[in-house]
Design a protein around this ligand. Sequence first.
Ligand code: CP3
Length: 349
Amino acid sequence: MPAPVPEKPLLRALAGEAVWPPPMWLMRQAGRYLPEYREVRAEAGDFITLCTTPELAAEVTLQPIRRYGMDGAILFSDILMVPWAMGQPLRFAEGEGPVLAPVRDAAAIAALEPGAVLQRAAPIFETVRLTRAMLEAQAPRTTLIGFAGSPFTVACYMVEGRGSRDFATTRGLAYADPGLFGKLIRSLVEATAEYLLAQAAAGAEALMLFDSWAGLLAPSQFRRWVIEPTATLVRLLKKARPDLPVIGFPRLAGPLLAEYAQRTGVQCLGVDTGMDLRWAAGAVQPRQALQGNLDPQALIAGGIALEAEARSILGAMRGRPFIFNLGHGIEKVTPPEHVAALVRLVRAG
Ligand SMILES: Cc1c2[nH]c(c1CCC(=O)O)Cc1[nH]c(c(CCC(=O)O)c1C)Cc1[nH]c(c(CCC(=O)O)c1C)Cc1[nH]c(c(C)c1CCC(=O)O)C2
């Protein structure tokens, strides 16, 4: 039986169709630049509480859909909820970002509980269910996107214990003890596959893998810790759900984007701000969609600078499968009215 033809613009683009004007959404579209987000965040008190309270997380997921009518709604959660669900202590310190108890030796890795992820993450799957039902009622053309961090980027935070400019400890460990680091990566591949399939079972219609720090790696390490685990993860997802499109975002990959596109099996490539979109179009397969890559700083600036950047992206991508997005997450100082202006511009094609 042929696969049913999707109706939603974002799913059509992911299936390889040159939908025009292109479907759009913005990374971190639910967040602190929105006053209505800050209100719910204050009500929840703590970021992890917000992520594990389905009614609040679903509400926050829908805020940018109500305000702007985006084509994609991304589940409100965080890539660090997988280590959290594996039992690694995590907190989000005010003004400091995430803080975790570092995992750097065999004992710490053995203490992780990948088998507990489905049970501990149950509130997140409930958020997916609730959000999908709300979208069906309120925004039936909007696609619900589930997500996880890629094994390498999640391992960066697990090993380092906090954010970092270069994740030197993690990259050093990968060279010094590849056996140990490989064990961590493998348990993340398995836990992440189960976690994403549970999101899909709860109603996520597409999945995105955030690999924010992939581009820090030397080419040999990029192949070993980014391409190979991502390919395994995508195979596990496709085995269970061949219909489910996957967006891969190996940020700062540069020319290695071509190999990543060829070997991982993803349907769509997220493109970061520093990459030329026309070059990316030549580096991926013709039916592979691209997603990106407006500079979040242009969105903060607004006006003619924003208009020029957005038009140049549209001009480069017309006629190929494309999803308009930013090249990295929206910043909290972004004026919400600049987002409204961008949506009008993209909708006009
Ligand atoms: C590396 C990474 C993280 N989280 C994420 C990444 C990959 C993408 C990227 O590179 O930005 C991904 C993420 N984080 C969040 C989402 C939700 C959905 C959405 O995009 O709207 C998604 C998809 C919410 C969030 N995740 C976080 C916030 C801010 C928390 C708050 O409200 O206090 C939000 C809305 C916290 C977070 N979470 C993380 C950090 C480093 C921080 C602190 C930085 C900050 O405070 O902005 C880890």
